[in-house]
Design a protein around this ligand. Structure first.
Ligand code: SF4
Length: 447
């Protein structure tokens, strides 16, 4: 089957219309395929150095367990581990944390933000959560933590568990709703049902989380115009502090891609990119009419003065991120690293007294500049002065070719200090960011 292309404006580049297999979302730079096992000693060297002055420290904790594997999931997740295996994993992760906590790169710093991601952190029982939070806090005190984010799957939440999560110090709850319709949830392999969403949300509100986010996905299997509009309406009825929308992508390690391959199909059976972008565009417009503000390519917030994204903003401006757990990604003292992808090598490395790191990369100063520039561009605007002050590089000069192309295509304006993306540019920012990559990284993979 051939893949057709379309031309969005007279001057913009031709882009692929259908959703085919591959990664779209840019989460880091340089792409992961350039990180290598041979560079792991660079991480060990970074750990042995004191931190750069005033660099904040954050903690990412990866919980790779889920009740079911969603058909669009591209993470390494486990649906078959019993409570003994989960306890063993938590102990291994705490052992990993202890190894880091005594290293010079900590330099007396305390974490400023903590993020529990997955997988499904809310899959853990209350006892397991207490074991995990207690163990982490024994090593480094949390008295300077500004935000604790916790990802949840609605069907795993009870009022008892939500109360415990709040009491353990979580400030920002992120609910993986994705869609409200039972048929769409079922056909996409989600474990929860529509009725569990409102119940979990009401419980969460009643126990007083300062910030609740709802995640939606535009373009799930069998999604229709009517369904999408209903999802946007239902999300607004809940009135969460923020709503995040991802456009469905089909990386190679998803069940959907496996089926496409078996059937010899090149095009994924989901909405095309133009439709997904239009759906996000319409949703953002609807959110704005309801008083929300579009705060990034993916997120709208109800109260922009009050709603903070400490994890995102610190990470996108070069904070150290100490990441724990299988397959997790971190960034310490200027070196990127990723842990082993699989449960057994991860646990075995720690049992043998080794760090469970699989690959690493120390970006050059120019690559660090590009990393922060492309990540901050997802906010829709960047300050040139920030980059001149921090890196001695002006993005308009340093990325002159990319800037000129985006301007020509009508997606970017530069006015004084500010570089700003149009709404159309913001809605396809991950595709446009490639224009700022070094030529050798343009074919890199995010896997
Ligand atoms: S809940 Fe999230 S991490 Fe778990 S299988 Fe689904 S998409 Fe993957």
């Amino acid at each position: 089957m051939s893949v057709t292309t379309t031309q969005p404006t007279l001057t913009a580049p031709v882009f692929q219309k259908e959703t085919t297999a591959g990664n779209y979302f840019v989460s880091n730079y340089p792409p992961f395929s350039y990180w290598k096992p041979a560079m792991v000693p660079e991480l060990e060297a970074a750990m042995a150095r004191p931190p750069a002055a005033a660099t904040p420290l954050g903690l990412y904790v990866h919980i790779p367990f889920c009740r079911k594997r969603c058909h669009f999931c591209y993470f390494k997740v486990y649906t078959d581990k019993d409570s003994a295996a989960i306890r063993g994993y938590l102990e291994a992760m705490l052992g990993e944390f202890r190894r880091y906590a005594s290293q010079p790169f900590i330099g007396g710093r305390k974490p400023r933000f903590v993020y529990f991601g997955g997988g499904t952190p809310s899959y853990l029982s209350v006892d397991q959560l207490k074991q995990l939070f207690g163990g982490l806090q024994r090593e480094l005190a949390w008295d300077e933590v500004e935000e604790v984010t916790f990802e949840c799957e609605p069907g795993t939440l009870t009022d008892h568990k939500l109360k415990a999560i709040r009491e353990l110090g979580v400030t920002r709850l992120s609910l993986g709703v994705e869609n409200f319709d039972d048929h769409i949830l079922e056909i996409n392999g989600r474990a929860h049902q529509g009725k569990e969403i409102a119940r979990a949300y009401e419980y969460a509100r009643s126990v007083g989380f300062p910030q609740i986010n709802i995640d939606l996905i535009a373009g799930m299997l069998e999604e229709t115009e009517a369904n999408w509009r209903a999802c946007v309406r239902r999300a607004l009825e809940l009135a969460p502090d923020s709503i995040t929308i991802y456009e469905m992508e089909i990386p190679y390690n998803t069940t959907i891609y496996q089926r496409m391959k078996a059937e010899g199909k090149l095009v994924a059976p989901v909405a095309d990119w133009e439709t997904k972008r239009r759906w996000v565009h319409e949703a953002f417009a609807e959110f704005e009419r309801a008083g929300y503000t579009v705060a990034s390519a993916y997120t709208a917030v109800r109260d922009k003065e009050r709603t903070r994204f400490v994890y995102r903003d610190r990470l996108w401006s070069g904070a150290d991120l100490l990441s724990l757990g299988v397959a997790s990604f971190g960034h310490i003292g200027g070196t990127h690293y990723q842990n082993h992808h699989d449960f057994d090598p991860y646990v075995k490395a720690l049992e043998a007294g080794r760090l469970p790191v699989y690959r690493a990369l120390t970006p050059t100063a120019e690559e660090r500049f590009i990393r922060e520039f492309v990540l901050q561009f997802k906010l829709g605007r960047v300050s040139r002065e920030y980059f001149r002050g921090k890196f001695g590089m002006d993005p308009v000069e340093q990325c002159a070719e990319g800037v000129s192309r985006l301007k020509q295509w009508g997606f970017l304006t530069v006015a004084g200090d500010e570089m700003r993306l149009s709404r159309e540019g913001l809605l396809q920012v991950d595709r446009l960011l490639q224009e700022f990559f070094l030529p050798e990284h343009r074919s890199g993979r995010y896997s």
